[in-house]
Design a protein around this ligand. Structure first.
Ligand SMILES: Cc1cc2nc3c(=O)[nH]c(=O)nc-3n(C[C@H](O)[C@H](O)[C@H](O)COP(=O)(O)OP(=O)(O)OC[C@H]3O[C@@H](n4cnc5c(N)ncnc54)[C@H](O)[C@@H]3O)c2cc1C
Length: 439
């Protein structure tokens, strides 16, 4: 079962996973002189501001991913990479420490997935370009056919998948790629095809684009992403990222509600990052997207494969990097090895497994963080160890680097755990902990 000249491929969803799969399919097919037709279905116009043009995300990507994309021929232009961040500021309830990027290659970039926050249209022409718009246009320039429609139904036409959109509009394909993300009902269409697919586990999150104005953003946040390890019940992760005149707030936790947000904005370390007298705006650009927390079941079959968030991803970080990895593995398998279940099992599944196994280690790290959060002495020891590393030019900065990799997504959880669990780091942590205890 292989792609042949004039084979038809349907990709459902034009987020990063769908657009990158389309781009890699066309690129690889061209290299071996295989002419295929790729239809990509995506109803959103990513150049629009606010919810209609946005795929809801924190919008942070590591410099290492920017470089991997460039090696693959995806050169993100300057107006897509809005801001460069060269430090993380780690806040606990009582103090904070700044962690500098160990090198230029370790920096991170900020992007808007859509045209920008609701209300930004008043600044037209916008000084930035949407990341998702850029990727989709790139795929279009490589010869795909973009169909700006929402797919309504999937079924089988014999042994081939059939896609329906609009009134009586349907087409049969040789290969169907699911890149529908986690939000919306796209995944249930694939479940109903009865090839065994079960969607990944997900949790609710919260994102708000807070308008401070460029000067206040520079003064309050600088070129640093601010991570807050606050002891607020049900809160798992909280970050504030500078993005032009905006600060993007990302909250992960169980049952994020108004009371939790009020507690967040009252926390002294958070107040220090807000403009003086700042109040929670009544009509801010905010959303509650789903975030990937567990693997799917059976993400492929003969002539079908799932990529991006509706398949395997990385726990709480680097979702775009994971989408890139699966998009590449999917296109390589389909073009070089075929489109049978057997081919996907042999050449695509290892990429999924690598993400899934690494997430198990990530889960261990988040479990430990959850249980240590209430003990302020442990957190303050962590801050002091990092501060000592940052103030000592001779220090290899292992703990600082592990923190950097955790937040930026530049390394796997396995690498992060290996660095954190090194004898040097454990010794440093324990001696600092007991010295503080006896002081
Ligand atoms: C709070 C939060 C913060 C995050 N922060 C980051 C971050 O800083 N960095 C990072 O790398 N990742 C981050 N992520 C993860 C990242 O957003 C996802 O991993 C990434 O968007 C996955 O891309 P995708 O293409 O699989 O799915 P999506 O981006 O969700 O795209 C799916 C597309 O499919 C389309 N679609 C759906 N149904 C249909 C249909 N029936 N017909 C046609 N089209 C359809 C949708 O319109 C959409 O455009 C974050 C996620 C959350 C929730």
């Amino acid at each position: 079962m292989e792609l042949e000249p004039h084979s038809r491929v349907a990709i459902i969803g034009g987020g990063p996973a769908g657009s990158m799969t389309a781009y890699f399919l066309m690129d690889l097919a061209r290299r071996i002189d295989l002419e295929i037709e790729v239809d990509l279905f995506e109803p959103r116009d990513f150049s629009l501001t606010g919810p209609p043009g946005c795929n809801m995300c924190g919008g942070v990507i590591s410099e290492s991913l920017v470089q991997k994309l460039a090696i693959s021929g995806i050169h993100l232009p300057n107006d897509v990479l809005m801001d460069t961040i060269d430090a993380y500021t780690l806040h606990t309830d009582q103090s904070h420490v700044r962690i500098r990027a160990a090198s230029e290659e370790m920096r991170i970039a900020c992007i808007f997935r859509g045209g920008g926050p609701k209300g930004a249209e008043t600044q037209k022409p916008l000084p930035w370009q949407a990341f998702d718009h850029y990727l989709l246009e790139l795929a279009r320039q490589h010869g795909i056919n973009r169909i700006p429609k929402r797919v309504k139904k999937l079924d089988w036409d014999g042994d081939r998948p059939r896609v329906s959109w609009g009134e009586g509009e349907m087409r049969t394909y040789d290969l169907l790629v699911g890149a529908v993300g986690l939000n919306g009902s796209g995944m249930s269409m694939f479940e109903e095809l009865n090839f065994g697919y079960r969607p990944p586990k997900y949790a609710k999150s919260y994102i708000a684009e807070l308008y401070f104005g460029s000067r206040e953003v520079e003064q309050r946040l600088g070129k640093s992403m601010h991570i807050f390890l606050l002891n607020i019940p049900r809160l798992k992760f909280l970050a504030l990222t500078p993005k032009g005149p905006y600060a993007t707030l990302v909250v992960l936790g169980d049952e994020i509600d108004k009371a939790m947000l009020e507690q967040i904005f009252r926390a002294p370390e958070m107040v220090g990052c807000l403009p003086p007298g700042w109040q929670i705006p009544v009509q801010t650009c905010q959303c509650q997207p789903r975030i990937h927390i567990g693997p799917p079941r059976h993400p492929f079959a003969d002539r079908i494969v799932m990529v991006g968030d509706c398949s395997s991803s990385r726990l709480f970080k680097d979702g775009i990097g994971a989408a890139y990895k699966l998009a590449k593995a999917c296109a390589y398998t389909a073009v070089v090895h075929g489109i049978s279940k057997k081919a996907f099992q042999r050449y695509f599944a290892p990429a999924c497994r690598e993400l899934d196994y690494d997430n198990l280690l990530g889960r261990v790290m988040f479990f430990m963080d959850d249980h240590m959060r209430p003990f302020s002495s442990i957190q303050e020891t962590l801050i002091e160890c990092i501060r000592q590393e940052q103030n000592d030019p001779a220090s290899p900065g292992k703990l600082s680097n592990a923190m950097w990799d955790t937040f930026s997504g530049s390394a796997s959880y396995r690498t992060i755990l290996a660095n954190t669990a090194s004898p040097r780091v454990i010794h440093h942590f324990l001696t600092t902990f007991f010295r503080r205890l006896l002081a």
